[in-house]
Design a binder for this molecule. Sequence first.
Ligand SMILES: Nc1ncnc2c1ncn2[C@@H]1O[C@H](COP(=O)(O)OP(=O)(O)OP(=O)(O)O)[C@@H](O)[C@H]1O
Ligand SMILES: [Mg+2]
Length: 323
Amino acid sequence: MNDLLEVRALNKRYPVGPGRRALHAVEAASFTIRRGESLGLVGESGSGKSTLARILARLIDATDGSIVFAGEELSTLPAARVARTPWRARIQMVLQDPGDSLNPRCTAFQAIAEPMLRLGTATGPSSRAGGSVAERVTELARQVGLPEALLGRFPHQLSGGQKARVGIARALAPGPELLILDEPTSALDVSVQATILHLLDRLRKELGISYLFVSHDLNVVRLMCERILVMYLGRIAEIGPTEAVLDAPLHPYTQALVAAIPGRRRANMPHLELPGEPMSPIDPDPNTCRFHGRCPKAQALCVRSMPLLREHAPGHQAACHVS
Ligand SMILES: Nc1ncnc2c1ncn2[C@@H]1O[C@H](COP(=O)(O)OP(=O)(O)OP(=O)(O)O)[C@@H](O)[C@H]1O
Ligand SMILES: [Mg+2]
């Protein structure tokens, strides 16, 4: 089996306000991530990307649904306990802002060594390099292109790009099989973003690990990912090979996203020329397509029946009655 991760019918509902109202942040998500593959996750703000990423990183619990990682059911293990199991080493997350996520009182060396020491992966059988923690930290610094001379520095003595490299080395330190990256370069200067993206792309190929790559930027996902998953208001609208999704999108929402990619300019999730207002994610009608109010192709059926994911070509699925 080539799948590293298999997600089935995953839901995350947040209780809101008085009564039993719930915000449906992620709904009925089912998909896989293969070994060594990079899956891109795109969608407008509030579509549930970070929620899904944090569930898969086992930082928060799903409301229900199944997460099978390397053949083992993970969803039954509460997120609060994952930190004390070997799973913590196998799934790691790179946070959005490397400045915020690094402890200001720890040197780069300490930041990179800390997860290995905490998880006991530095010298155990799972260590790729063997040897001492210091040797492993030096090896990681070399892998991420951080000059060894900077390992003694504190975060405030490092540039944004250098901090990003420390954050990546720290996530790689325990030897994960899946790396979850939630907008990993959005806090960086544009000039540094490309360098860090190339580094991430090279590391994935060198190490043979899988990525779940969350981004607002369709051009970045095209560069970094073999497949793309498009979310709209908590639900998967479309999933498929990158070229198929971006060059021949099936779902009217994906079509709108792609049409709005400005020619040669950067494509930070653009303002969509769509009519109507997005539906509320609080207690949404379970029998209505989430997109129907903004969809240029909506029909009567879309208002009375929720479209489910349907395969249109091998591996290319969309949840739309009309496409
Ligand atoms: N802890 C929480 N409690 C209640 N609602 C939440 C919580 N976290 C997220 N949400 C809601 O869940 C929905 C999805 O949020 P999420 O952060 O996953 O979106 P996103 O796609 O990552 O957006 P962005 O592109 O802005 O980062 C939003 O409606 C958000 O307000
Ligand atoms: Mg987010």
